[in-house]
Design a protein around this ligand. Structure first.
Ligand code: C5P
Length: 218
């Protein structure tokens, strides 16, 4: 939509999991279908935004009208996001692996009968949401994070919003069947307070969020 409410605006969206290599054939990853993040990217494009979708490996089709940058690791996701700046808004919906292997092996690790399994030395990954929120002059005007929680959903999201330095947090309860499911029940945490949205399709969550982003960027 060339004349949509987000025409002329650039939004970065992260989606999907990241993969952190152990060796050339093995990795550690998070559980994420990419459904919600991809739906958000599509909904923003439908309102006229130029969208850069930085995505880990997912089975979702590319949303129409969106530039998709495919990455695997958290560090690659951060580099792709930084390369996509400047942006008017960023929505971090990816399930980023908090840790990577401290050093990935160049060759496939061998399983030796009778020997103990190799230890997994982990290193902390960069926090993409926190980094974009603290990007100084190139900080997007609106930075939106997600909080997948299994308990004290809203309280944890309020704390997370402050800790990450982002503007909004979309908090969802993942204790039920939300992971990979078609519906989502979310709370939108902003500086104005907390809104409880009814349970709805992930596409509808995406449309509502895109509409709110358009309002905020007016
Ligand atoms: O800290 P936690 O993983 O619960 O925070 C979730 C939010 O932070 C999500 O928006 C997620 O995309 C983002 N995140 C990130 N980089 C990380 C970890 C989380 O962007 N390394």
């Amino acid at each position: 939509l060339a004349d949509g409410p987000l025409a002329g605006k650039h939004v970065i969206v992260t989606s999907g999991p990241t993969r952190e290599p152990i060796d050339p054939v093995r990795y550690i990853a998070n559980r994420s279908s990419g459904k919600q993040g991809h739906a958000i990217a599509g909904a923003l494009a439908a309102l006229g935004a130029k969208v850069t979708l930085v995505s880990g490996p997912v089975a979702q089709p590319d949303p129409p009208g969106v530039r998709v940058v495919r990455i695997e690791s958290a560090r690659d996701m951060l580099a792709a996001c930084e390369a996509a700046l400047p942006a008017d808004a960023a929505v971090c919906a990816a399930a980023v692996a908090d840790w990577r292997t401290a050093r990935a092996a160049d060759q496939k690790l061998k399983k030796v009968p009778g020997e103990a399994p190799p230890p997994l030395d982990l290193a902390l990954n960069p926090d993409i949401l926190a980094t974009l929120s603290a990007a100084g002059p190139s900080r997007p005007r609106l930075v939106v994070g997600f909080a997948a929680e299994t308990e004290s959903v809203v309280a944890n999201a309020v704390t997370k919003r402050a800790k990450k330095g982002c503007d909004w947090i979309v908090a969802n309860d993942v204790s039920g069947d939300v992971m990979g499911g078609t519906e989502n029940a979310v709370h939108l945490v902003t500086d104005a307070g907390v809104e409880d949205w009814p349970r709805m399709a992930k596409e509808e969550v995406a449309r509502r969020l895109a509409a709110r982003i358009a309002e905020a960027l007016q």
